[in-house]
Design a protein around this ligand. Structure first.
Ligand code: UTP
Length: 271
């Protein structure tokens, strides 16, 4: 049962500077709705009951966005605007499900995950990276089905252009299970074209085992001096833990770069 999701939000967002010098990129609107709400809707629709946000002191505005009751109540009292009432209702629904933990130094996604250690209850949990939007099909839901069928960890995957492999975590296939699911036997964070074992990339959706925490504690910084979740995954694979790469069927949108963010707005407006 996947009932908990974690969302790392403590990164610096340097690719969206100068906006991110004062603003949390996850609150930037995509077709009128903060990007993070697409991610929340995806997990809730997939059956998740509790969501842990990993934020930093610099990104307190994310917490404030969900905890502004006094302000909303005073506005709604004065203005009976149905749109505002409806939006506030949504915020209240999200707020009940979200817990906040802090990672004040952005030491990498692996370090961010480690901050949630004491809150994870079941053997597996979902992790979503908010820069990666997947539209038209609920990727988390499909991954949960794969997890149930094979009782294994799962990562979302897609083919990328060989020239761009160094932007991603790239994995190596061990065995094809069926059309969209592959057992993997290795993953490398941001490899050079020469190092890359394939052109199949890991996208920001993971079903991870609780046992990943004990591997994360032992990890030394990897590429770029950061602690990467992919390095902890490799360490589990070395110990024969089963990881499946799931080729999702939705459309991928990258909201972490300015070009990608603009494209995401255009694509979502067409839906
Ligand atoms: P990225 O490295 O892709 O994004 O992290 P970033 O750091 O926010 O932005 P750039 O690269 O400087 O433009 C992927 C996700 O992991 C989170 C980020 O907030 C983002 O959602 N993250 C990253 C953390 O929570 N902590 C970290 O130490 C690093």
């Amino acid at each position: 049962m996947i009932k908990q999701a974690i969302i790392p939000l403590a990164g610096l967002g340097t690719r969206l500077l100068p906006l991110t010098s004062v603003f949390a990129k996850e609150l930037l609107p995509i077709n009128g709705k903060p990007g993070i709400q697409y991610i929340l809707d995806e997990c809730i629709d997939a059956g998740v009951k509790e969501i842990i946000f990993i934020i930093s002191e610099k990104k307190e505005m994310i917490k404030k966005y969900f905890n502004n009751d006094k302000f909303y109540k005073s506005i709604i009292k004065k203005k009976k605007d149905p749109r505002i009432i409806n939006e506030y209702r949504k915020i209240l629904k999200y707020k009940k499900m979200i817990k906040f933990v802090y990672q004040n130094k952005p030491l990498g996604t692996g370090d961010a995950v480690l901050k949630t250690k004491k809150y994870i209850k079941n053997n597996f949990f979902l992790m979503l990276l908010p820069d990666d939007l997947i539209i038209k099909k609920n990727c988390s839901k499909s991954m949960i089905q794969v997890h149930k069928r094979y009782n294994s960890s799962v990562m979302a995957s897609m083919k990328v252009n060989k020239k761009n492999v160094s932007r991603w975590g790239i994995y190596k296939i061990n065995k094809r299970l069926n059309k969209n699911n592959f057992l993997i036997n290795g993953v490398i964070e941001k490899p050079s074209i020469k190092e890359a074992p394939s052109n199949k990339a890991v996208i920001g959706r993971y079903i991870l085992p609780k046992s990943i925490f004990s591997r994360l504690i032992k990890l030394k910084p990897g590429k770029g001096g950061e602690i990467h979740i992919t390095d902890a995954i490799q360490s589990l694979i070395n110990e024969k833990h089963k990881f499946i790469a799931h080729n999702f069927s939705g459309n991928y949108l990258d909201c972490g770069s300015m070009q990608g963010y603009i494209k995401s707005n255009l694509e979502i407006a067409k839906l």
